[in-house]
Design a binder for this molecule. Structure first.
Ligand SMILES: C[S@@+](CC[C@H](N)C(=O)[O-])C[C@H]1O[C@@H](n2cnc3c(N)ncnc32)[C@H](O)[C@@H]1O
Length: 276
């Protein structure tokens, strides 16, 4: 069966699927994005020889976790690249890191890239730490809801798109290229721990505690206010006292939380947890 033969997604089925996705991921698919779900799910219907979209939800329930994991990969948007939003990494290097190091003295620091997609964000952090604070012991964690992107992250092989704004010095030092693909430095790959964490699932987020810095960028934009609040309150719990949270440059936590104190440095907004 080809995609063209899958009948269209009816409103009632769309709403039931949308609710299911929302409940499990926090991602809210608005009515205007019905086409998005329709396109993304078409392959699941044909690959599983279902007669139409209305059979998908019962199929999903009957398959349990295995299909749910596939669905996470289907409904998420995984766009990312190394050194994305570089002004945030500048502020991380020049302002956040010195404060964290000053407070932690010789203790290990923990940096969490929450919703890391295929790993470019935590690997950027690993390379920056290696350059700017090589003696510091760092626990760098990359997490995502989708196992597919976590697998790519562990592989560490990227296209030219992913490395296009990497400063030449970093590109030469931390990537091995055959002209087509770019393999990220093996020892730095080993310095990052990857785990599956669902940002709206308390039990799942609880696996991470005492983070000095959390990057949670370009994921809350897919959530509605209720799931944003839930995720941010779980991130708050995961932060160490005085820890910092960074969201994407186009995002704001205004109306989402009052527990974190916003500060602007070099036009970058940082959210900080109070000290104990
Ligand atoms: C656009 S990428 C952002 C990647 C990176 N943080 C960046 O800014 O370049 C969004 C990621 O959020 C993940 N995601 C979506 N919902 C999630 C959830 N409930 N828990 C954890 N990750 C989630 C997706 O799988 C996707 O990889």
């Amino acid at each position: 069966m080809t995609q063209a033969t899958v009948s269209s997604l009816q409103d009632a089925t769309f709403k039931a699927l949308r609710d299911y996705i929302y409940e499990h991921t926090g991602i809210f698919v608005p009515d205007t994005k019905k086409y998005f779900l329709e396109n993304r799910l078409a392959r699941r219907i044909t690959d599983n020889k279902l007669s139409g979209y209305e059979e998908y939800l019962p199929f999903l329930r009957s398959k349990g976790d295995a299909e749910l994991k596939i669905l996470y990969g289907v409904v998420t948007t995984n766009e990312t690249y190394f050194f994305r939003e570089p002004q945030q990494f500048d502020v991380f290097t020049k302002h956040i890191l010195p404060r964290v190091l000053d407070r932690k003295r010789n203790k290990e620091i923990r940096v969490w890239s929450a919703a890391c997609s295929s790993g470019e964000e935590p690997y950027t952090v690993a390379a920056i730490l290696k350059e700017t604070a090589p003696a510091v012991r760092a626990d760098i964690i990359g997490t995502d809801i989708s196992d597919g992107v976590l697998e790519s992250a562990r592989r560490g092989i990227y296209s030219s798109y992913a490395v296009r704004i990497v400063p030449p010095y970093y590109q030469q030092k931390y990537f091995r290229s055959n002209g087509e693909t770019f393999e990220f430095d093996e020892s730095l790959r080993k310095a990052v721990r990857f785990m599956n964490v669902n940002l709206i699932d308390e039990k799942s987020v609880r696996a991470i505690r005492d983070a000095d810095v959390i990057f949670c960028r370009n994921v809350l934009i897919y959530f509605d206010d209720k799931s944003k609040r839930k995720a941010v309150s779980l991130l708050y719990d995961a932060l160490a006292p005085n820890g910092f949270l960074l969201v994407g440059t186009s995002e704001s936590l205004h109306n989402v939380t009052r527990a974190l104190q916003p500060t602007v440095i070099d036009r970058v907004v940082l959210y900080q947890k109070a000290g104990s």
